[in-house]
Design a protein around this ligand. Structure first.
Ligand code: GDP
Ligand code: ADP
Length: 216
């Protein structure tokens, strides 16, 4: 950073970057790559009642909870949004999101269309939503099978739900096709870069510009 740019000019409110897609289109892969390369981005870790997959860590991939505890979280208003997906419950803990946004940190969500609608309702100006499409139905099925983390009947259930999830594509701010992973990642990074300099998020600009103008 140039020493001449006052840090005040750079202060801004964080944004909520939402990735949605049919299961298997690549949200987790894209999220992991983004988080690895970007120090100002943190993941929103959801609570879920679905069973843990091999390799998943409690508190890192999800907070795996019993249905009774999930209900308690709802009743205590601890979830910013929640939804039933594939017969399990999923929800976003409120505290970490509110802290991140007020600290100017961006937060990444891997949530479905129902959750995205709820966030749009509650905090439209903080939200940047991206829908990820697979290049084809065959590619989607192949990816779900090669991921090899769900039993065959669960894969069938996810494929049969794909059309329903895809039907919400036009509710999103951006749509990216995950054919070539590097190109797809570059597009998501470009969205994030542009959204970070959106005028309405840049809380430090008013004072910065008025000081600039005093100098003329
Ligand atoms: N509304 C909502 N959806 C979620 C949340 N966490 C995960 N999901 C969605 O639930 C669906 C199933 O997620 P998951 O069981 O991890 O399966 P995967 O997408 O196939 O890896 C996906 O569409 C996720 O985006 C959440 O906190 N809220
Ligand atoms: N562009 C891509 N080309 C080929 N395989 C991909 C691509 N993106 C993701 N995959 C693979 O597809 C599978 C599903 O991806 P994942 O990120 O788990 O999807 P989601 O989180 O949307 O369910 C994984 O095995 C992943 O490695």
């Amino acid at each position: 950073m140039s020493p001449e740019v006052e840090t005040e000019a750079l202060t801004r409110r964080g944004l909520m970057l939402v990735l949605s897609s049919p299961s298997g289109a690549g949200k987790t892969t894209i999220s992991r790559a983004l988080l690895k390369e970007d120090d100002n981005l943190v993941m929103s870790v959801s609570a879920t009642t679905r069973p843990r997959r091999p390799g998943e860590q409690d508190g890192k991939d999800y907070f795996f909870v019993e249905p009774v505890d999930f209900n308690l979280m709802i009743n205590r208003d601890e979830l910013l949004e929640h939804a039933k997906v594939f017969s399990h419950y999923y929800g976003t803990p409120r505290g970490p999101v509110e802290d991140a946004l007020s600290e100017g940190q961006d937060i990444l969500f891997d949530i479905d269309w129902q959750g995205t609608q709820q966030l749009a309702h509650k905090a439209r100006t903080d939200l940047v939503s991206v829908f990820i499409l697979p290049p084809s139905t065959e590619a989607l099925e192949k990816r779900l099978k090669t991921r090899a983390q769900d039993p065959a009947e669960v894969i069938d259930q996810r494929m049969s739900k794909a059309a329903e999830e895809i039907s919400h594509w036009s509710e999103y701010d951006y749509v990216v096709i995950n054919d070539d992973l590097d190109r797809c990642l570059a597009e998501v990074k470009a969205i994030l870069t542009a959204e970070r300099v959106r005028r309405t998020r840049r809380t430090g600009l008013i004072q910065f510009v008025s000081r600039l103008r005093e100098g003329y």
